[in-house]
Design a protein around this ligand. Structure first.
Ligand code: NAP
Length: 239
């Protein structure tokens, strides 16, 4: 059975990705900082998956996470780096601590998780890595400068790593969602969310399933010749 690791799989987009990959037949490890508080996905458990503790801000935790998954699954076919946090406000108001934390979770952890899985994937000459960026990483968002920088960093990481590990049979792609209806966006309030839906050519916010479907495709055999790409489920908000 093929296996997948999804960071930040406790809720929102990550939970939908974990569910979709389980439905696709993968044995999935999903992470949370508090796995004991997660409402487990029945399908994930049915496929012999599990929830692992993971706090992305420490590089050592990335290594430990990959070791845990390899110990349990013996192989790792898919890595999805999805765990992320946002910070909204004026750049001059962001503390150094908040900036460092955001960068550690949104960008550094993806680098360290990739670094940790690569020896295994290279040895097997196979593997698929998907990094969850954002439309703000493509075009930049006012009042989300650090977040935009981290998410743009993931796009650069995707392209460079795809070139480096392509010859080892590993694909690296990026998914850059638009506005998706999750907890992360609830702080925007109902009016701002309705305005964003109206601004979107397809006339609605994205669902977590819209993103999970893209990840599923990239992890399928049909997506096998795609690497270094940015797939953007955004309803046309950014074209
Ligand atoms: P969410 O509902 O807030 O979920 C965030 C996930 O990340 C949770 O599973 C959470 O797990 C995990 N997480 C948060 N801080 C963490 C940390 N320090 N260490 C490890 N895990 C941590 O967010 P979402 O909307 O599903 O977003 C998921 C990803 O998609 C993020 O990378 C986000 O930037 C990106 N994205 C979202 C949107 C959107 O509109 N929602 C758009 C574009 C991109 P625990 O709290 O259980 O630890």
């Amino acid at each position: 059975m093929k296996t997948a690791l999804v960071t930040g799989g406790s809720r929102g987009i990550g939970a939908a990705i974990a569910h979709r990959l389980s439905a696709d037949g993968f044995r999935v490890c999903a992470t949370s900082r508090r796995p004991e508080s997660v409402t487990p996905d029945p399908l994930l458990l049915e496929r012999d998956g599990f929830y692992a503790p993971f706090a992305a801000e420490e590089a050592a935790n990335c290594v430990k996470l990959v070791d845990t998954v390899l110990e349990k699954f013996c192989q790792l076919d898919i890595l999805v780096c999805n765990a992320g946090v946002s910070w909204r406000g004026l750049t001059q108001d962001m503390s150094e601590e908040d900036y460092r934390y955001l960068m550690a979770v949104d960008l550094d952890a993806a680098f360290y998780c990739c670094k940790a899985v690569l020896p295994h994937m290279i040895r097997r000459k196979s593997g698929k890595i998907v990094l969850i960026s954002s439309m703000w990483g493509q075009v930049g968002g006012a009042c989300e400068v650090a977040y935009s920088a981290a998410k743009a960093g993931l796009i650069g990481l995707t392209k460079a790593l795809a070139k480096e590990v392509g010859p080892s049979g590993i694909t690296v792609n990026c998914v850059a969602p638009g506005v998706i209806d999750t907890e992360m966006n609830q702080a925007l309030g109902p009016q701002a969310l309705a305005d964003l839906a109206e601004e979107t050519p397809l006339g609605r916010l994205g669902s977590v399933q819209d993103v999970a479907g893209c990840v599923s495709y990239l992890c399928s055999d049909d997506g096998g010749f795609l690497t270094g790409q940015v797939i953007a489920p955004n309803g046309g908000l950014v074209i």
